[in-house]
Design a protein around this ligand. Structure first.
Ligand SMILES: *[C@@H]1O[C@H](CO)[C@@H](O)[C@H](O)[C@H]1NC(C)=O
Ligand SMILES: *[C@@H]1O[C@H](CO)[C@@H](O)[C@H](O)[C@H]1NC(C)=O
Ligand SMILES: *[C@@H]1O[C@H](CO)[C@@H](O)[C@H](O)[C@H]1NC(C)=O
Ligand SMILES: *[C@@H]1O[C@H](CO)[C@@H](O)[C@H](O)[C@H]1NC(C)=O
Length: 126
């Protein structure tokens, strides 16, 4: 319950921020579908991995073409420590290093461009 609500509130807040910031501009919102990591993926602290996402449905005009990758644990986004930022959201992949975080089974990757989408639950181990 908390998990879902955290994410929902976060996305609503993000969307309304963009809406009020850009009232007159035509906006094509691209919500990337994360392909990896997926439900059941296991990462180890210190490893390097490519987060990958589907760009096949990307609109030609994107309001915010720069991407940010955030790690969430139990539905809480660690906004202060993005795993990566300022890459092109059209790249379809970005390499990240698994940070030294507690072991857990309810991690998600959140990818932001115009808007955010999150991966399935995956595991981080030591
Ligand atoms: C977000 O990603 C999920 C799968 O991870 C996908 O099913 C869903 O369509 C995506 N949301 C949007 C708005 O594209
Ligand atoms: C990420 O993808 C790039 C391009 O395919 C590849 O060169 C690189 O080795 C990959 N990194 C990892 C950790 O697999
Ligand atoms: C983001 O990347 C663009 C293009 O590579 C670069 O021009 C810009 O300075 C970068 N911005 C920041 C804050 O690093
Ligand atoms: C991911 O984990 C959360 C918290 O345990 C759970 O509420 C949610 O249903 C899980 N998602 C999936 C797709 O299993």
């Amino acid at each position: 319950m908390n998990f879902i609500m955290n994410l929902v509130f976060f996305f609503l807040a993000t969307l309304s921020t963009f809406s009020t910031a850009l009232p007159l501009q035509r906006r094509d919102v691209f919500v990337p579908h994360i392909l990896y990591p997926r439900e059941g993926t296991v990462w180890f602290v210190g490893q390097t991995h490519n987060v990958t996402w589907d760009t096949s449905d990307a609109p030609t005009q994107i309001t915010n073409p720069r991407g940010t990758i955030i790690l969430a644990r139990n539905g809480r986004l660690d906004l202060d420590h993005p795993l990566a930022s300022n890459f092109s959201i059209l790249d379809g992949r970005h390499e990240i290093k698994v940070p030294n975080v507690p072991e857990g089974d309810v991690y998600n990757i959140v990818l932001f461009g115009d808007s955010g989408n999150f991966s399935g639950n995956f595991t981080i181990k030591h």
